[in-house]
Design a protein around this ligand. Structure first.
Ligand code: GLU
Length: 286
């Protein structure tokens, strides 16, 4: 309990939101989720907290716009859809944050941007300068150019890398499930939610199964590996249901919501490289 109290003093948060929270099965925006997420982010921002939003949804939104029901197989089609969808997504973010008087900045990153020291320093400087301008950075993978060799693979990983890069206090992963369960709650009613994870052991890794849908990339597996990365760098990680973004406020007030992963290390500035984290057989999202 004592540990969660320190969340009251947080200064920087990375919030990751997945495609299934933002885009409905019809391919149209889930405006109610999107508006509530933007409202809570705006409120945290007004409180003086620096927030980064890592948003998926480009490919799914692009597919919706083109009237496609399934994600296509061909890389160039997915890249083209990402290019269509990213613009649409940013247009909505601009518009909705503008209602709260908030400016946003877009960062489209590839793995290469954060593995090489100079480029990583540049990216960090851009984040810092956006914070100085009191703008909210909105991040996605640069899907239109990312190919297998330089891809993160999923935005769960990307959000952890960004959280480490900017030395965030907390990473919130908004998910379609309200936390980590002892099994898959969609398939089994007997499972229980795990409110706090002190250490991501092999057992925890084993229960995290890849429960995604036809568009989503992550599933629980990538969330747990992202949580591992971030907690090892001294960052609190929380999995909260994307339908209930208001719980971010409860969490900061020290309440146990969703699943919270406690930091396993003290914070440090990162100057090393991130390669080892996804060296093990990462698959392309595209
Ligand atoms: N970058 C992808 C998109 O915006 C999504 C990746 C993910 O869902 O993890 O469509």
């Amino acid at each position: 309990m004592k540990k969660l109290q320190s969340l009251k003093r947080i200064k920087r948060i990375v919030i990751k939101v997945g495609s299934s929270t933002l885009i409905r099965r019809t391919g149209k925006l889930n405006l109610s989720n999107m508006e509530r997420i933007i409202r809570i982010i705006s409120d945290l921002h007004n409180q003086g907290i620096e927030v980064v939003l890592v948003s998926s949804g480009a490919i799914r939104f692009g597919a919706g716009k083109m009237g496609l029901k399934e994600k296509p197989e061909k890389i160039e089609e997915k890249q083209a859809l990402a290019s269509i969808g990213q613009g649409l997504l940013m247009h909505m973010y601009e518009k909705l944050f503008f209602e709260y008087g908030i400016t946003v900045g877009q960062l489209l990153l590839t793995r290469g941007d954060l593995e090489e020291k100079n480029r990583r320093d540049n990216a960090r400087n851009t984040f810092e300068t956006l914070f100085k301008y009191r703008a909210i950075p909105i991040v996605n993978e640069n899907d239109t150019v990312a190919v297998e060799e330089i891809v993160y693979g999923d935005n769960d990983t990307l959000s952890a890398v960004v959280a480490i890069l900017i030395n965030a206090d907390l990473l919130v992963i908004l998910s379609d499930i309200d936390g980590l369960y002892t099994g898959d709650p969609r398939k089994n009613d007997e499972v229980r939610k795990i409110p706090v994870v002190e250490n991501i052991t092999e057992k925890i890794e084993n229960i995290a199964m890849g429960a995604g849908d036809s568009f989503g990339i992550g599933g629980m597996k990538t969330k747990i590996s992202a949580a591992k990365m971030a907690t090892e760098h001294g960052i609190f990680v929380s999995i909260i249901e994307g339908e209930r973004p208001e719980q971010i406020r409860d969490l900061i007030n020290g309440k146990y919501v969703g699943t919270i992963f406690l930091p396993t290390n003290t914070r440090r500035d990162i100057s090393g490289n991130f390669k080892s984290h996804w060296a093990k057989g990462k698959k392309s999202i595209l």
